[in-house]
Design a protein around this ligand. Structure first.
Ligand SMILES: Nc1ncnc2c1ncn2[C@@H]1O[C@H](COP(=O)(O)OP(=O)(O)OP(=O)(O)O)[C@@H](O)[C@H]1O
Ligand SMILES: [Mg+2]
Length: 381
């Protein structure tokens, strides 16, 4: 990796000012200076690689950051990649070659996707860490190594330890300091800052004309759950730059064209305008569903008891189920199997739930009624 040209500050590497990200940066500062092994944990696309880069840059180690993605290199090549090899060690090894362990001298070795390292290599890695020395493939001599080890994984390594596919002694060795990277949903307030940074990078790399996002667009982005985290956000923003170069993006665009990959057409534009003007005029008025309100993230419920003393948990969960099931049925125009797959339920499970919750199928297309409200439902508490 050649990231060493410009001295990068922690705030440049890890964009964001949300509370969880501030905590993360504080932790990185402290941990970077200690020479301990670090295990970076976090869902896919959360920026684990950037955390490794930040740890290296804050560590002040003179050597390079050397990265190896254990999942991307075929296991039969991984060993010589890490340990290097002597001339003639295997067919095709026409010269001796230093491995990544040696290349990381006085620097940092980043083993990404460590959970995918084959068992045989895990033993060799453990020995290298214990001896602070390695042997190249096909070589007999000990070569001293001096690197700071950072590992990352999006997998549950404990589970792999339990089922025997990851050595527990290695796990304890690499996990001296776990650093958990928050999901994008936990730090959705950072989205505008991250988006700005990503648009700037794209403007340099790809000469794009930045689109503008209006308030409803930002709201849509912040309520979306982002299963692919920042990598997914980056993809969405790239799509935005292509579909809406220099234009204004609305919440409807975000939902229809950016999160769902539909190319905008005039009709949709008009629908969006209608929706917007209806909101302005208060036509939806009264106690109609407020579409601007994001679905609460489950973690938001953690604050409940700061404001209230009780919650009728069963009733609340049931209400949520009813509303989502009715919405799915409404959208599928009463097609139970479609609704079931939208809800990621088995069809039979959905039917059972509909019976139990006394939810009726909305009467198909002709009727104006859309989702029929269930008369047996208690009002929203
Ligand atoms: N704070 C951030 N600001 C801007 N871009 C970011 C940030 N964090 C991550 N990214 C970008 O998101 C993408 C994913 O980051 P990265 O590759 O580090 O994720 P990861 O956690 O290693 O994911 P995986 O587990 O899938 O390997 C990269 O393009 C990265 O540049
Ligand atoms: Mg990664």
């Amino acid at each position: 990796m050649g990231m060493d040209a410009v001295a990068q500050t922690l705030d440049n590497i890890i964009i964001g000012q949300s509370a969880p990200v501030k905590d993360l940066k504080r932790l990185i500062k402290v941990v970077a200076k200690a020479n301990t092994n670090v295990l970076v944990l976090g869902e896919t696309g959360t920026g684990k690689e950037l955390v490794a880069r930040a740890l290296h840059s804050e560590s002040g180690r003179k050597g390079k950051l050397v990265s190896v993605n254990c999942a991307a290199i075929p296991s039969e090549l991984l060993e010589s990649e890490l340990f290097g090899h002597e001339k003639g060690a295997f067919t095709g090894a026409d010269k001796a070659r230093a491995g990544r362990f040696e290349m990381a001298k006085n620097g940092t070795l980043f083993l990404d996707e460590i959970g995918d390292m084959p068992l045989a290599l895990q033993s060799k890695l453990l020995r290298a860490l214990e001896d602070k020395a390695i042997q190249r493939v096909g070589g007999g001599e000990d070569v001293p190594v001096d690197f700071r080890l950072i590992c990352a994984t999006h997998q549950k390594i404990e589970q792999k330890v339990d089922d025997g596919s990851f050595r527990s002694d290695l796990y304890f060795r690499i996990n001296v300091f776990p650093v958990q990277v928050p999901t994008l949903a936990e730090r959705s307030v950072d989205i505008p800052l991250i988006a700005e940074a990503i648009f700037c990078q794209m403007a340099v790399d790809q000469k794009i004309v930045k689109p503008k996002l209006d308030d409803s667009a930002w709201r849509e982005l912040s309520r979306y759950p982002w299963p692919g985290n920042i990598r997914e956000l980056r993809n969405v923003l790239e799509r935005a730059a292509v579909l809406f170069a220099g234009e204004v993006i609305s919440g409807a665009h975000v939902k229809e064209n950016l999160l769902r990959l539909k190319v905008p057409d005039r009709r949709e534009e008009q629908d969006a305008l209608w929706a917007a003007s209806a909101n302005l005029a208060g036509i939806n008025g009264g106690e109609a569903v407020n579409f601007e309100q994001p679905l609460p993230h489950p973690s938001h419920y953690a604050d409940w008891f700061s404001y209230f003393d009780t919650i009728d948990l069963r009733r609340h969960l049931r209400d949520v189920e009813v509303v989502l099931i009715e919405a799915a049925l409404g959208k599928s125009e009463g097609m139970v199997s479609h609704a079931a797959s939208a809800l990621k339920l088995q069809r039979t499970t959905l039917i059972e739930k509909m019976k139990k919750l006394m939810i009726e199928r909305p009467t198909p297309p002709k009727s104006e009624s859309g989702t029929k409200l269930n008369p047996n439902l208690p009002g929203k508490g």
